[in-house]
Design a protein around this ligand. Sequence first.
Ligand code: C5P
Length: 306
Amino acid sequence: MTVRVPAKVNLQLGVGPTRDDGYHDLVNVFHAVSLFDEVTAAHAGRLEVRVQAAPHSRVAVEGVPADDDNLAVRAARLVAARLDVEPHVALRIRKAIPVAGGMAGGSADAAAALVACARLWDDREQPVLARDDLMELGAELGSDVPFAVLGGTAVGVGRGERLTSALTRGTFHWVFATADGGLSTPAVYAECDRIREAAGEGAPRPSVSEELMTALATGDAKGLGAALTNDLQAAALSLRPSLGRVLGAGHDLGAAGAVVSGSGPTCAFLAETEEDAAGLAVALDATGVAAQVLRASGPVPGATVV
Ligand code: C5P
C-alpha cells in the first residue's frame, strides 16, 4: 500500500498565547503544495522502517530517525492498536520534503502511514477507520498531522489541528528556498515567546485575515502574496539571521510574496504565474543564497493512495 502525501506552507501563522498544556493557540492557514513524500506499508514479521531520499531528490535523510522517534512509526502503532492487530509492517519512506524545514515533512509521513496502515490492515469497503477518524488519530501524533491527511487549503485553530477547508480558486505557483540544517520547532516557538516578553508585548489573539481569504477565493496571487504572514518569522530570523538575505533576494527578484515557511528555515515565495515561478526559481538559484531551490504548486489533495 503506497500513499503519497504533500508538504505544506503556512499562508498565515498567527501565534496566540501559550496554553496550560504548553502549546500556543493558533490561527494557522495551511496550504498543501506539490512536493511529495511517499510511504509504502507492506505486511512483515515485525515493525521495520527504511528511510530514503526520493529519486532525484537531494533531501538529507541522515537526520531522520528509523525508530519510534519517527512519527510514521508511531502512526503505524496507533492504527494497529485501534484495529487490534499486531503492528507488524515494513514501512518504506521516500522523502522529497525538506527535513526539519518548516514544511511538515515528518507530519506528512505520519499522515501517510496512518492512511497506508489503515488500508493494509482493513480492506473492507466500509473501513472501521474513516478519513475523519484518521485525522483524529493524527492529532494525537502532532498538530500538523490532521492537515496532511486532509490537504487542500484549510484554516486550523486550537493547536492548529481543528480544521475547516477554505474556498480557493485556481492554482498558486510557489518557489521554495531550502537551507542547510533544520530549525527545531519548539526552539522557534520559545524564541517567539522570548522576543515578545523582551518587548513587553503580550501575545495577541490572532484572527483569520480577511484579505487572505478573499485572495484565496478569487485566485488573486498578487493579493495572496501581499497577505502572507507568519508570527514565527521574527523568531526564525533571530535564530538564523541569514534567512533575511534569502527573503530579501526573493523580494528583489519580484516575488509577489515572501515568507518563512512555518518554523523555517525554508523560505516560500509566491509567483503570479507559472512562468514567473520558473524565472524566479532560476534567478534565486543563481544568487546562491539557498541550499536548494524547489518549485511546487498548490493546493493539492492530502494523503492519497497511489
Ligand atoms: O504538535 P507538534 O508536536 O508538531 O508540535 C511541535 C512543537 O511545536 C511543540 O512541542 C511546541 O513546542 C510547538 N507548538 C506550539 N503550539 C502549537 C503547535 C506546536 O507551541 N500550536
